[in-house]
Ligand binder design. Structure first.
Ligand SMILES: C[S@@+](CC[C@H](N)C(=O)[O-])C[C@H]1O[C@@H](n2cnc3c(N)ncnc32)[C@H](O)[C@@H]1O
Length: 174
């Protein structure tokens, strides 16, 4: 895995996450799946469609990435867990997603966000908070961030909804 050079925020972030964070095996959120109907609502929130480039940070079994590819987006999932990446690739193959869905075993804090128009999150409050600076500064203007379950501390959501008992949040990068 390539490690991007760290700026001060990244160093702070890695300091908070602990000494093993940069090694690529640091779990910042346990594996829980977004229910399928909620996946579609997350993509509706982000108005995901052809021309979008979506990144799911901590992609689990790849369900958000595969669903985005089905909508005509180019989608990338990253997860530190090789088992999740293998499952995600199998799911994308089974769905015939082809080049529209790709996956990388990678620490999500090192993922290059600059090409994304949509970032999806189902993490925890701390990783959301630690990602905030990079989401604000690296994503192109107009990009959308959708989080399942947790807000991003200090960010006012453009839309917030409780769906099937779960909270979804949408922000647009300005
Ligand atoms: C709650 S699950 C979400 C899975 C999927 N996005 C979904 O919504 O169904 C969080 C995922 O993040 C992954 N993860 C946790 N820390 C990570 C890190 N530092 N880098 C990459 N993936 C990580 C876990 O392996 C897990 O699959």
């Amino acid at each position: 895995m390539d490690h991007a050079p760290f700026d001060a925020d990244d160093r702070l972030c890695l300091g908070i996450r602990g000494p093993f964070a940069a090694g690529g095996n640091h779990c910042d959120a346990p594996y829980w799946q977004t229910p399928s109907e909620l996946v579609e609502r997350m993509l509706d929130f982000a108005a995901c469609g052809p021309g979008d480039r979506l990144i799911d940070l901590g992609c689990g079994d790849g369900r958000i990435v595969v669903a985005a590819a089905r909508r005509g987006a180019k989608a990338l999932g990253v997860d530190f867990d090789p088992e999740r990446i293998a499952e995600a690739r199998a799911a994308a193959d089974a769905a015939g997603a082809g080049d529209s869905a790709s996956f990388r075993r990678e620490d999500l804090f090192l993922t290059d966000l600059s090409g994304a128009t949509i970032v999806t999150l189902y993490l925890l409050p701390l990783p959301n908070r630690l990602l905030a600076h990079r989401l604000r500064t690296e994503l192109p203007k107009g990009s959308r961030v959708v989080s399942h379950a947790w807000p991003i501390a200090g960010w006012d959501a453009d839309r917030e909804e409780c769906v099937y008992g779960r909270f979804l949040y949408l922000w647009t990068v300005r």
